[in-house]
Every structure is written in structure tokens, then in C-alpha cells.
Design a protein around this ligand. Structure first.
Ligand SMILES: O=C(O)C(=O)C[C@]1(C(=O)O)C=C[C@@H](O)C=C1
Length: 304
């Protein structure tokens, strides 16, 4: 059966690589739907135009992909009063090793006036911009909707004054020479991606692994900030039930000024772990709202 998958495009993005890791590249098994924006991926999965949507969520160097956190909040927590939360869930995750390359068609690097990349990239390559490889004081850094969109802009540029920071895959697709490879500050730079869908994705080929199977349950909630210790009361429930938390994040709630939503990732499978189920039931009493975003298998294959 062919699965339809939306992702932040065009082809050649790191998100495209996450798609290939999750679903493979066999045209009898996958049809790809590259989208211009992360928000378009949410729209496509909600409208069931596709079976899955893959979106970036966090990077090991510079943290949250805030666009995705805010979309999760907008879709699950602040839906318009007349609409209910969406039916799609987080069904899987992928980790992709991110190696950034500086590429341009221009032979004379002094001609470069503009560098394009995705906004998430700039703070993953700070050492490159501190180096004297180019005269950065006279070069503008311009945001593109993705790294491969940045590569496309350079490919189409007739002035020969542009460069981009993008993936090896984009370099091949747009035949852009890599002048400086692997310019990421940290050689272990990794981005984590979420797979959104209505059911579990087809199983990946078995990988020999020494790591035990582990599941992550992802939730979003809001609290009454005027209650002293409200967040502490939530967290202590997990401690009391011997449940481990793997991440906590917050973003402005958009419900009122200086009020936040919390994103919590918990180790455990909500379908089988009764302690976890019970903790969430208890928790929902102390939260203003609580929504489960999904329970999915930890992707040990690339997580380290
Ligand atoms: O622009 C891309 O290639 C993407 O897939 C997006 C994205 C992101 O949003 O974090 C993915 C990985 C890198 O961290 C940089 C950009």
C-alpha cells in the first residue's frame, strides 16, 4: 500500500531526510507531498489529504523549533470554541544528523552579498560566521522557508551574488558546489522530527539494537498560574508513580498575557502503562486543560 506523506519542502530539506528514514524511498510504498510551510503540513494531515505529516520539533544545538510548538498549541489547545481538537496524533519520531554546508555557484566569493537559510540554522553555525572565511560584515543573512528553498533561490539567482546553507541532498538536487562542508558548530548536531498521523506508521526494518524498547507519551497542558506550586503538584504525581519525564517545554499560551502552555514528554506507553494512565487521570484534575498529543516508540536507531 502506498502511504502519502506531507513534509516541509521542497525536496532536499532535512525534513525530507526524516521522511526517507521513516518511510523509505520505494515509489510503490510512498508518495511525497512537499509543503511550503510547517503549518501547511498540519493542514494537510488534518484535511486527510495525506496519511502522515513530518515536521521538525527540536534541535540538539538550539532547542525548540518554535513554529512547530506553537502549531501544536494552536491545533490542540486553543482551537476555536466551536471546533474540537484534531484527531491526528504524534505517532512516531525520527532523529536526523544535521551537517550544514555553505554552497554557492559563484567562483569569486567576494561577490557574495546574500546568504539564504532556514532561520533555525543561523545559531547552529555561529563559528562559521565568526571565522574570516568571508567578509560577513557586508553580507545579508536572509531567512528562507527551508534550507532547500534557500538552495533553490541560489540555483535560480542570475546575479551570481548569493549563497546558501543547506544539506548535501540539496547540493545534489540543485547541483550547487559545496565550498565549506560541515560548518555546524557541533559535529553531533541532530534534529528531532515528529510524525503526525491517525495510525502507527508501517514498521521500520529491524535494526540490531542493544537498547530496550521504550515509548514516549507527549502531553500539553495549562495551569492556573495563581495557584502556588501548581506545576510542582503536576510533576510530583509522576515522581510518586515512579514515572520518568524526558522533557519539559513551555510557550506563551495565547489564552491570556504571561500565561503559558507546558509540553511534557513522559517515558511510558499510555496503552499499557497503568501507572501512567492513572497519573494522567489525576493530573487532569489539577490542570485547566490537558491533551495527550500521542504515545509512540522511541527511535533508538538514531537517538544517542
Ligand atoms: O529547512 C530544512 O531543511 C528543515 O528541514 C527545517 C529545519 C528546522 O526547522 O529545524 C530542520 C533541521 C535543521 O535544524 C534546520 C532546519
Amino acid at each position: 500500500m502506498v502511504v502519502k506523506v506531507a513534509f516541509l519542502g521542497p525536496e532536499g530539506t532535512y525534513t525530507h531526510q526524516a521522511v526517507l528514514q521513516q518511510f523509505g524511498n520505494n515509489p510503490n510504498e510512498i508518495e511525497i507531498y512537499p509543503k511550503k510551510l510547517i503549518g501547511d503540513c498540519f493542514n494537510a494531515i488534518d484535511a486527510e489529504e495525506v496519511d502522515y505529516a513530518v515536521v521538525p520539533v527540536e534541535n540538539s544545538t538550539n532547542g525548540q523549533v518554535v513554529f512547530t510548538y506553537d502549531l501544536l498549541r494552536d491545533w490542540y489547545l486553543v482551537p476555536n470554541q466551536n471546533t474540537s481538537a484534531p484527531k491526528f496524533k504524534i505517532v512516531a519520531e525520527q532523529f536526523v544528523a544535521i551537517h550544514h554546508n555553505f554552497m554557492t555557484k559563484t567562483k569569486d566569493l567576494k561577490q557574495i552579498k546574500t546568504i539564504y537559510s532556514h532561520p533555525q540554522v543561523w545559531t547552529q553555525v555561529t563559528e562559521f560566521f565568526k571565522s574570516n572565511k568571508l567578509d560577513f560584515s557586508s553580507i545579508a543573512k536572509i531567512d528562507a522557508t527551508s534550507t532547500s528553498k534557500a538552495a533553490e533561490l541560489v540555483y535560480e539567482d542570475k546575479t551570481n551574488t548569493t549563497a546558501c546553507i543547506a544539506s548535501n541532498m540539496s547540493s545534489e538536487l540543485y547541483r550547487l558546489p559545496i565550498v565549506y562542508p560541515n560548518i555546524e558548530d557541533n559535529s553531533k548536531n541532530t534534529t528531532r522530527f515528529l510524525v503526525l498521523g491517525y495510525k502507527n506508521p508501517p514498521p521500520l526494518p529491524e535494526q540490531p539494537s542493544t537498547k530496550p524498547n521504550q515509548f514516549i507519551t507527549s502531553i500539553i497542558f495549562t495551569l492556573n498560574h495563581d495557584d502556588p506550586g501548581a506545576l510542582c503538584d503536576v510533576l510530583v504525581k509522576f515522581k510518586d508513580n515512579k514515572i520518568n519525564l524526558s522533557s519539559i517545554n513551555s510557550r506563551p499560551s495565547h489564552l491570556k498575557q504571561w500565561h503559558y502552555v507546558f509540553f511534557l514528554e513522559i517515558t511510558g506507553d499510555l496503552n499499557t502503562n497503568t501507572n501512567l494512565k492513572q497519573s494522567l487521570e489525576e493530573l487532569s484534575k489539577s490542570c485547566q486543560t490537558l491533551v495527550v498529543l500521542g504515545t509512540f516508540e522511541r527511535s533508538w536507531r538514531y537517538f544517542s
